[in-house]
Design a protein around this ligand. Structure first.
Ligand code: BGC
Length: 768
């Protein structure tokens, strides 16, 4: 596979030669963000057709048709036009030399630099930007321009584009972009303040959310020139233009600072005022000073989140790429937004949130940033109202979470087989609540918000299970498991076992709270009109649920009631390269007649509930399901990598790891339109749960590490119940350290508890 990007350093990747046909891809992989806002790596001066301007603010959704909402495409803070002696700078015209667009993941900056020749005039251009992790409302850019062979006029126009709209991304189920646009905001105020400042205040048409953007753009005083200054205000843009006569060989520096606030922000009455005030407070602060804060903020994040790999620079960069996008996707302090299936810099799925976040992305935060993890779960808590509405609409009880959640947690998915019957999501959320609690020890959350989620989802399952008199058991009729290529089935094993776990988690957590948090429990009980009889009903379902899914002879957990009746086939024999089977089979029902697995279901179950299955069972099910799995979902590879690690299939584990870690970097899917959050989160798990073999067992984090062949060693940190543990895993030795306190055997290696003294290295031998 030809790599499209180049590696500049352990922390930097680049588009090193100008590849216009790959612009969309680079825009996606070079997306910058801070959880509050996100900007694709679109050239500041625009790029014409093969480009998505892509600037988004978390939580700002608007309605577009038939009850559907989408994340609003907003005016980009970075938009500019540059004129050199009257000619507009455009990479599509003239000659481009020494081109580079590079992402620095240590600093969170995107830098473009090139020499542009037009009509014989050569100019060196460098543009650096960042979206601040230090102050989430802030973004900044700095340009350097140098006439190489002429004296002449340079004009820099900075503007906010009032005409941007959302693209009609394949709502018919395909991943094609159509240029049709939906326009989502009205201008409610715009104007100028200060010398080089302009602002735009918009309000979304139906959701009524205000966004205010204020930009200050100026030439550096060090340039020692006073540029001509013009304000621009017309139907399509607001901004300003600076022009000056540039002298050959001199470098001119220009800077832009931009502030964004919305009416969603807590404590903000007037977003426009807040944006302008922020800019005022930054008067006199240079781009470089702000950049220093940005680098500091990133270095704090990296201190706990980085995974260092010795011996394989390519993998080092790829892993950092995935972690970088996880960190910058998360609105750490906003419990009313979550991370969409295609991360915050994409319009795909309209910005909607899937189980991808709870099962594949959340673990990274649970172990590296518990505050962020809690906020992702609080998003589920804060959207319970919509989940309750959905349950009621379907004649069910409790909370039925949306398959694709947008805005305030409403269902966005237009396909009934996902929206209405792929209900495992409810149990996945319950699983994640417990997972977060076990690792963070946050009992306050568990006793309050967590328990409410557990009870409401348990109620959902109680109403969803059907008592089958004839078989004398509780069944789940018409559900769809994670493997969407088997469609609607009865008693999908994954859903069934996870639902039972949800019911059990609710019962156990109620008991815990009755004993340890009686006041909180009394309040919740009243709030939810909880009846003790519910516990009996749940218990009855747990004990009498359908269980005819296990074949003791072969040790196979059969995926669902009809799986064995489907026609066996080698799915790769009918695979059309680079196409999903769903779209190349004559029809969906043709696909459903075969034993073809889109993404792991039983294998995922065996990873998530590691202790519920023996190694022999895991092996038997791996041998059975892996050859049937076509991996038509980006969620598939990471789970396979983890399970292959557990089973000791080192080569396969590494091969699947590569497929997940490089999925977006190598554009193995529709990366052009946005990155794949589950596979990005899954990359972290493939290393920590896969190569390092981390599992929670009997209240301890157990590690069974093994270093991939092409690596010498790897190291990482984990936060567990407030303690930070550092691991250096080599081929011979494992070095462990507790960074902030004594550890009384919270950790075990190959099942043996390890006692750690603060800051003292503990060394154990690797098994293989
Ligand atoms: C997968 C789902 C996933 C969704 C969003 C689908 O292709 O099958 O499991 O939640 O994409 O990423």
């Amino acid at each position: 596979m030809n790599k499209r990007y180049s590696i500049i350093s352990d922390w930097e990747i680049a588009e090193s030669s100008y590849l216009p046909e790959e612009n969309l891809y680079f825009e996606s992989i070079f997306t910058l963000g801070n959880g509050y806002m996100a900007a694709r790596g679109t050239p500041d001066e625009g790029f014409g057709g093969d480009s998505i301007p892509g600037f988004y603010v978390a939580g700002v959704f608007d309605h577009y048709e038939d009850g559907l909402f989408e994340l609003v495409s907003q005016p980009s803070l970075f938009s500019c036009r540059i004129f050199i002696d009257g000619n507009e700078l455009s990479l599509r015209a003239g000659i481009v030399r020494n081109y580079s667009r590079s992402l620095n993941m240590k600093a969170g900056t995107l830098t473009r630099s090139f020499e542009w020749e037009f009509s014989g005039l050569k100019t060196f251009v460098e543009m650096v930007r960042f979206i601040s992790l230090d102050n989430v409302h802030l973004a900044a850019a700095k340009y350097k321009l140098k006439p190489l062979n002429y004296h002449g006029k340079i004009e820099i126009v900075s503007y906010l584009d009032k005409t941007v709209g959302n693209l009609d991304w394949g709502k018919k189920g395909t991943f094609e972009l159509s240029p049709a646009r939906h326009y989502h905001f009205d201008i409610i105020d715009e104007g100028f303040s200060g010398s080089g400042e302009f602002y735009l205040n918009t309000r979304t048409k139906t959701s009524g959310l205000e966004t205010a953007q204020a930009v200050s753009a100026f030439l550096y005083p060090e340039n020692e020139i006073i540029p001509d200054f013009k304000r621009i205000k017309n139907g399509s843009e607001i901004g300003n233009a600076l022009s000056f006569t540039a002298r050959k060989g001199r470098e001119y520096c220009f800077e832009k600072k931009a502030a964004v606030f919305t009416s969603r922000d807590p404590g903000i009455n007037c977003p426009r005022e807040a944006a302008r005030q922020l800019l005022t407070s930054l008067n006199g602060k240079s781009f470089d000073e702000l950049l220093k804060n940005q680098v500091d903020a990133w270095s704090k994040k990296w201190a706990i989140s980085d995974i260092r790999i010795a011996g394989n620079p390519d993998d080092q960069v790829a892993v950092r790429f995935n972690i970088f996008h996880l960190i910058q996707a998360d609105a750490e302090n906003d419990p009313l937004v979550s991370i969409g299936g295609r991360l915050p810099g994409s319009e795909v799925f309209n910005g909607g949130v899937f189980w991808d976040t709870d099962v594949f992305v959340l673990p990274f935060f649970i172990y590296t940033n518990p505050t962020a993890a809690k906020n992702l779960l609080l998003y589920r808590y804060n959207t319970l109202a919509k989940a309750r509405e959905k349950a009621e609409k379907h004649w069910l009880k409790g909370a039925m979470y949306p398959w694709t959640a947008v805005y305030d947690g409403r269902e966005q998915c237009a396909f009934w087989e996902y929206a209405n019957i792929e209900v495992h999501l409810n149990a996945d959320i319950a699983y994640s609540v417990r997972h977060y609690y076990e690792i963070s020890g946050d009992e306050k959350f568990l006793a309050n918000e967590g328990l409410e989620i557990l009870i409401e989802t348990a109620r959902f399952w109680e109403s969803r299970f059907f008592y089958d008199k004839e078989a004398d058991c509780y069944s789940l009729i018409l559900v769809q498991g994670p493997d969407e290529y088997t469609g609607p089935v009865n008693n999908d094993t994954y859903t069934l076992i996870m639902a039972k776990l949800n019911l059990r988690a609710a019962i156990e957590t109620i008991e815990l709270c009755q004993n340890r948090h009686p006041a909180a429990w009394r309040m919740l009980k009243t709030k939810l009109a909880f009846d003790e009889k519910e516990i009996k009903a749940w218990d009855k379902i747990i004990r009498n649920a359908y269980s005819d899914y296990y074949d003791p002879k072969t040790k196979i957990y059969i995926q669902d009631e009809v799986f064995l009746k489907r026609i066996p086939i080698d799915p790769f024999s009918i695979k059309v390269p680079d196409k999903m089977l769903r779209f190349t089979m004559p029809s969906y029902d043709t696909l459903l007649r075969y034993q073809i697995v889109k993404q792991p279901s039983i294998i995922l179950l065996m990873y998530l509930l590691a202790d519920n299955f023996s190694l022999q069972e895991k092996l038997a099910n791996w041998n059975y399901y892996e050859p049937k799995t076509i991996h038509d979902s980006s969620l598939s590879y990471n789970t396979h990598s983890i399970m292959a690690s557990e089973l000791g299939f080192k080569e396969k584990a590494y091969d699947y790891f590569l497929r997940t870690a490089y999925l977006d970097l190598n554009k193995s899917r529709d990366t052009d339109l946005g990155l794949h959050s589950a596979c990005i989160g899954g990359t972290w798990q493939a290393i920590i749960n896969g190569f390092a073999g981390m599992r929670l067992r009997n209240g301890r984090l157990d590690f069974s590490p093994s270093v991939p062949e092409t690596w010498q060693s790897f190291s990482f940190q984990i936060s567990y119940r407030g303690k930070i543990f550092k691991f250096d895993i080599g081929k011979e030795m494992i070095k462990l350290r507790s960074l902030n306190c004594e550890s009384e055997a919270e950790i075990s290696v190959y099942g043996h508890p390890v006692h750690l003294v603060k800051d003292k290295e503990h060394v154990c031998k690797c098994r293989s």
